[in-house]
Structure formats: structure tokens, C-alpha cells
Design a binder for this molecule. Structure first.
Ligand SMILES: [Zn+2]
Length: 86
């Protein structure tokens, strides 16, 4: 009976150790950052060279806000992660 109790106690403390270790590992992990599903697209007008940025859920062509020229393809697209922008 005594043997069995000692065994159980050892098991418990081992499980406790694993639990505490995993909890420490979780604590030290960096905060999880998730993609918002949006892109910050950078455009430069092929007609007037005007530059602007816009947020879209894809890398879509946009019209120039200055001269209304259409079909401007983004020359750069950044993924927007939570916490990056307000
Ligand atoms: Zn333009």
C-alpha cells in the first residue's frame, strides 16, 4: 500500500512538472498575430504618376484618384496583420 502511494505521488509530481513547463512555454511565446484578410495596395498611376495607397481584400486594380485613369495594378501589396494598423 505504501509503495502504491509513493508511485502515485511521483506520477502526480511528474504530471505537475510537465504542466508547469508547458505553461511556462506558452507564456514565453510571442503574442499570436493574425492576418486580417486585407491587403494594403500601393499604386502608381500609369498616366500621371500619382501615387496612392488603398486597403482591399485582394490585389485589385484601382482607378487613379487624380486623373481617373483605370486599370492601375498595385506595384506592391502588404498583408495587413492585426495590430499593424488601426
Ligand atoms: Zn493618374
Amino acid at each position: 500500500m505504501l509503495l502504491r502511494r509513493q508511485y502515485e505521488k511521483q506520477n502526480t509530481s511528474r504530471a505537475q512538472q510537465i504542466y508547469e513547463t508547458s505553461e511556462q512555454n506558452t507564456m514565453s511565446l510571442p503574442k499570436k498575430i493574425e492576418w486580417t484578410g486585407n491587403w494594403l495596395n500601393f499604386y502608381k498611376c500609369h498616366e500621371c504618376s500619382h501615387k496612392w495607397q488603398d486597403v482591399w481584400d485582394c490585389q485589385v486594380d484601382d482607378s487613379c484618384p487624380k486623373c481617373q485613369a483605370r486599370h492601375n495594378t498595385p506595384y506592391r501589396s502588404d498583408e495587413i496583420y492585426e495590430g499593424n494598423y488601426d
